[in-house]
Design a protein around this ligand. Structure first.
Ligand code: NAD
Length: 240
């Protein structure tokens, strides 16, 4: 791994919910993520927000409270230290995350593309207004100060479009990468799941690190099974 890092001039890491599981944030398809018996797919759909915004705001406030209480883990810190190593050695480094918890930034990562948004932002799906000055939800729906529609947490729901700018940067970084690490994701949410395969098609060496093989594993160059909070510090120990 260290040899691959040393000879690569653009390294991309793409993470999913598994990277935050050792911090105590439930993964998407895990049993602990069932809230009040609802399926996460139902709660994460934009139609459910339009039909029942109070339910969705109650769920998101529960997630915000949970995430506020956890800390980044050794996997997040190892990724931030790898970025610092790349900067010091004049290499490009891009972190693309499907996570919305902000833990990578809290661990010190700098060049982060939050593909699915951030849970600590409120946004207006009507006029595009957004703010990180979020108030605790206590039964009163937050209202957009510009257009007076109900605000939504800044997480992209199923049925909503990703930010075109973030998506474009993610595609470009993946195409330019020489080494692409795909970590803690089941690889079933698109278009995110296109990125490792795109990187491979453009010549990157692709490695997956997961506790269980993802749906992309068979198409990538190497799979390392294990917890990211243990595997990453060990793999990178000589440079971070
Ligand atoms: P997922 O839940 O579908 O898959 C997570 C994968 O991580 C699992 O397949 C599992 O094999 C692996 N995993 C579990 N613990 C791990 C560990 N310690 N180390 C390495 N791998 C581990 O998650 P996904 O693919 O990211 O897709 C779910 C969607 O839900 C994403 O869009 C994401 O934005 C969202 N989500 C985000 C968070 C978060 O921000 N922390 C949490 C839940 C869901």
């Amino acid at each position: 791994m260290i040899e691959l890092i040393k000879k690569s001039n653009h390294i991309v890491i793409m993470t999913g919910a598994g990277v935050s599981s050792e911090s105590g944030v439930p993964i998407f398809r895990g049993k602990e993520n069932a809230w009040r018996g609802y399926q996460p797919e139902y709660l994460s759909n934009i139609d459910t927000f339009y039909e029942n915004p109070s339910l969705i705001w109650t769920w998101y406030q529960w997630r915000r409270d949970l995430i506020s209480q956890v800390k980044p883990n050794q996997g997040h810190y190892a990724i931030a230290k790898l970025e610092a190593f790349c900067i010091k050695n004049n290499k490009y480094f891009t972190l693309i995350t499907q996570n919305v918890d902000g833990l990578h930034i809290r661990a010190g990562s700098k060049n982060v593309l939050e593909l699915h948004g951030n849970i600590f932002i409120d946004k207006c799906v009507n006029c595009g207004y957004s703010t990180n000055d979020v108030k605790k939800y206590e039964n009163e729906l937050p209202i957009c100060p510009k257009c007076k529609k109900v605000l939504k947490p800044g997480v992209i729901s199923f049925g909503e479009s990703l930010s075109p700018e973030t998506l474009q940067k993610s595609f470009q970084a993946s195409m330019k990468s020489n080494l692409f690490l795909f970590i803690g994701s089941s690889g079933v949410v698109y278009p995110a799941a296109d990125l490792p395969l795109l990187a491979k098609r453009y010549g990157a060496y692709t490695i997956e690190i997961n506790t269980e093989k993802s749906s992309l594993a068979d198409y990538l160059d190497k799979v390392i099974l294990g917890k990211s909070g243990e595997v990453l510090p060990e793999l990178l120990s000589s440079i971070i």
